[in-house]
Design a protein. Structure first.
Length: 166
């Protein structure tokens, strides 16, 4: 099967992958998978920056600053050719596009890691943890991911798409 690579990425058709964008609803197991499978300094998660800036990963009061710092670190790693793992829900296409563009700016492409955790499992895990996300948010984001195919992601410009049954 062939896919149309977005025109602005055409020169990067053979470029190496230096970014992984996790895609999955809250509670699906993204951060757990990251800590088990990827080096800690590659993992970019806003919780880490919120905790660093405010003392609590749940404190949303400095979100703008958290995003800015995360972006800064992401660019610094890409500039050095080091892997960046974006540990966010990434269900919104324009956020995925921004990540792909950041990698492209340094001559790299990205892999999508899609979490196919059943909705019931996400809701059960969410209910059992300390920070509980509203169920309607999980249901909405789960449906967004369920509607997303590998073909969609290749067409967005991802170089590789893998699915995790976490
Ligand atoms: N494979 C697994 N088996 C059993 N429990 C798991 C598994 N993966 C994650 N969990 C548990 O499920 C809960 C949610 O996992 P995790 O925090 O990794 O999800 P997440 O996708 O990062 O969520 P969020 O988007 O809200 O950060 C945690 O309590 C974690 O311990
Ligand atoms: Mg997480």
């Amino acid at each position: 099967m062939t896919y149309a690579l977005p025109a602005h990425l055409a020169s990067l058709v053979d470029a190496p992958i230096r970014m992984e964008v996790l895609i999955g609803p809250p509670g699906c197991g993204k951060s757990t998978w990251c800590t088990q499978n990827r080096p800690g300094d590659a993992i970019h998660n806003l919780d880490t920056y919120r905790a660093w800036l405010t003392g609590s990963a749940d404190d949303q009061s400095m979100n703008r600053e958290a995003v800015d710092w995360q972006e800064r670190d992401m660019h610094a790693r890409l500039r050095e050719g080091q892997l960046v793992v974006v540990d966010a829900t990434s269900t919104v296409p324009r956020f995925r596009a921004a990540d792909l563009d950041a990698a492209a700016r340094y001559g790299y492409r990205a892999r999508a890691v899609v979490f196919r955790t059943p909705l019931r499992t996400c809701l059960e895990r969410n209910g059992a943890r300390e920070r509980v996300v509203p169920e309607h948010v999980i249901e909405r984001k789960w449906a967004e991911v369920a509607a997303l195919t590998a073909v969609d992601l290749y067409a967005e410009g991802f170089a590789d798409v893998v699915e995790v049954a976490a």
